[in-house]
Design a protein. Structure first.
Lengths: 219, 424
């Protein structure tokens, strides 16, 4: 797996590279600015780009802008955004552009190396990795959504884990239930969210997107 | 005992000399007010005529074109009177800009009140003002008449009221009591006349109970917003140094710890090296945190004030440093903190780069601004693009809307001057 890292703090950039290299992952380039990382992506043709949200010059949303631009240039590029805190509008901006091969995690998750590598691999394979904190906020915001109110607490938990990007068996493991039970919950969620099996789109993605769109409409 | 002595003397009697001095002073002030009022009253009369002409001409249509300039003149003369009255007493707060278009002006309470004032001040006020100007003249003339008498033309009126002709010295001396009577009138009635002249202005030109003070409020709000803005910028600076500095350090600690944990089984030596790096990253985070919290409000500022805090900095500086602080009032805490931060940075730079023998720190405050000057006799050539210290200073100073000037020719001396609004 070829990886580029954009992080303006030199020590942290080095630390991240060190961690990934220790796991025998191939860090092919690093940069401290949005422009720098876009160049690195052009040159090194990585599979995954890990981007810090706040970078010079304004230290606001440079990483998000770079992520959107990078995916415009190379739609197949997996992007994992690391953020110092959950900023709903950034997450929504990023996710509504499509959730395949996309991750949005709080920076401190990197220290939980196993889970972080798991998320990284999932994103690189075209999956999704959304920070539980982001998902929790999405749910708080859309509590008054009538379709959401139709979900049982258990179904809501399952949807939250789906939104984080977990597969059925991973969800079963987290909730300590059987795969069958998870399958049943998901079917029920699809039904309550009016997602029919004949839909062409991936219903898992559609379910998550529906929430994101609700959130965005409210914002 | 002194208390008994006091009792035997009775209450201290008001001394006649004091009374005379006080009355004379009050009379002179009253005359000055009346004369000043005379000035605006003449203008008021002129504007009153203009307004009347405009009103009459409006009946045949032509005046409608003149209305805006007449209204502008009205507002201008009213504003002048507000300024004058403010100089002589409590501040007269105007209701803010008034309309200069005829239609809104007709419905505008401010304009109506100004017209009422104009009519009174242009007539009664003018009369009082005229008296205020003439009374001292006639008082002087009549009191001093015996001195003028030899030079007075034959058969000229000897009194200023136009009665009597002095033919002899005695006749001339008889005019003096009249002059003294004028003085008595000035002393007795002057202050009352001045008050009477000012009353319509004070009543009608201030913002009425029904006046819309929203503009005034908006103005004050803007000033306040600017102060809050400076604080918001300061908060943003702190938030940024926490997120982009301290937090990154701590994330780095967790990253290194995570990596070490993964490595501990397969490569204990490598893991130990990572732990070592994690520890120094944690120490870095602590140092960062300390500097952030110190930059918010150095504890020493609270304990010892700006002067004491700066003296402490100077004492810690390896280059001998003299501190001279003269600030009558304390500034806003965030401004003092910024001043402290600037001096700390400047002294660090001096110690590191200047090769100076002496440094001086001078702090002055006037007109609501705090001026800092940090000077050294080192080799000069300080470069703004060189270190991050100056950039940090500039950022903090800009947050407060202040200025920084650095003069540092090669060979020295180096002078850093900073000017900050005291704020709060």
């Amino acid at each position: 797996m070829r990886i580029v890292i954009a992080e303006d703090d030199p020590l942290l950039r080095e630390g991240l590279a060190l961690l990934l290299r220790a796991e025998s992952l191939d860090v092919v380039g690093t940069a401290g600015t949005a422009d720098g990382i876009l160049d690195a992506i052009d040159v090194h043709k990585p599979d995954v780009a890990i981007l810090d949200v706040r970078m010079p010059p304004t230290h606001t949303d440079e990483g998000i802008v770079a992520a959107v631009e990078a995916r415009r240039r190379r739609p197949d590029l997996a992007v994992l955004v690391l953020s110092a805190y959950v900023e709903q509008s950034f997450a929504t901006e990023l996710l509504t552009g499509g959730v395949t091969g996309l991750g949005y995690l709080l920076k401190e998750r990197v220290g939980r190396v196993e889970e972080f590598l798991d998320a990284l691999r999932r994103v690189a394979a075209g999956g999704t990795a959304i920070d539980p904190e982001v998902v929790a906020q999405l749910f708080t915001r859309s509590r008054h959504d009538s379709r959401l109110e139709r979900l049982s607490p258990r179904e809501r938990d399952v949807l939250a884990l789906m939104a984080e990007g977990l597969g059925n068996s991973a969800i079963a493991e987290r909730l300590v239930v059987t795969d069958g039970a998870v399958h049943k919950h998901i079917r029920s969620i699809f039904a309550k969210l009016d997602l029919s099996p004949t839909d062409q789109v991936d219903r898992r993605v559609a379910a998550v997107l529906r929430y994101l769109e609700d959130v965005r409409r409210r914002a | 005992m002194s208390s008994q002595q006091y009792a035997s003397d009775g209450a201290p009697k008001p001394r006649i000399r004091d009374i005379v001095v006080r009355s004379a002073g009050a009379a002179l002030v009253a005359l000055e007010k009346l004369a000043g009022g005379f000035g605006t009253a003449v203008l008021a009369l002129a504007v009153l005529l203009l307004v009347t002409v405009t009103a009459v001409a409006s009946l045949v249509g032509v005046g409608l074109l003149m209305a805006p300039s007449a209204l502008r003149a009205l507002h201008a003369v009213a504003e002048r009177e507000r300024d004058r009255l403010t100089r002589w007493g409590p501040e007269l707060i105007g209701p803010g800009p008034a309309p200069t278009q005829l239609r809104p002006a007709l419905a505008d309470p401010t304009t109506r009140r100004e017209l009422g004032w104009l009519a009174t001040h242009g007539t009664l006020g003018l009369l009082l003002g005229l008296l205020g100007v003439l009374l001292p003249l006639v008082a002087v003339r009549d009191t001093a008449f015996p001195l003028l008498y030899p030079f007075a033309p034959e058969n000229a009126n000897s009194t200023s009221i136009g009665i009597g002709v002095a033919h002899t010295w005695l006749d001339a001396l008889a005019v003096v009591p009249l002059g003294l009577a004028w003085i008595a009138i000035i002393v007795g009635l002057g202050p009352g006349m001045a008050r009477l002249q000012a009353r319509p202005g004070r009543r009608l030109l201030s913002a009425g109970p029904d006046a819309d003070l929203s503009l005034r409020v908006a103005e004050l709000t803007a000033t306040r917003a600017a102060a809050l803005d400076a604080h918001a910028t300061e908060l943003r600076r702190i938030e940024r140094s926490l997120h982009d500095g301290t937090q990154n350090r701590i994330v780095n600690v967790t990253v290194l710890l995570g990596a070490a944990r993964r490595m501990v089984a397969r490569d204990p030596a490598g893991a130990d090296e990572l732990l070592e790096r994690a520890q120094s990253a944690a120490e870095g985070a602590l140092a960062e945190l300390r500097s952030v919290s110190r930059s918010i409000l150095p504890p020493v500022l609270d304990d010892r004030g700006l002067e004491g805090a700066l003296a402490g900095l100077a004492a810690d500086c390896p280059v001998p440093c003299r501190v001279d602080v003269e600030t009558p009032a304390r500034c806003a805490a965030s401004v003092e903190a910024t001043a402290y931060f600037i001096v700390a940075e400047a002294l660090t730079n001096i110690a590191k780069h200047s090769h100076a023998q002496h440094a001086t720190v001078t702090v002055r405050s006037h007109d609501g601004r705090l001026h800092l000057q940090i000077k050294d006799d080192g080799r000069g050539g300080a470069d703004e693009t060189g270190g991050s210290g100056l950039t940090g200073m500039r950022r903090r100073i800009a947050a407060h809307d202040g200025n920084l000037t650095l003069t540092s020719p090669p060979g020295g001396p180096t002078t850093l001057e900073v000017d900050l609004p005291c704020g709060s």
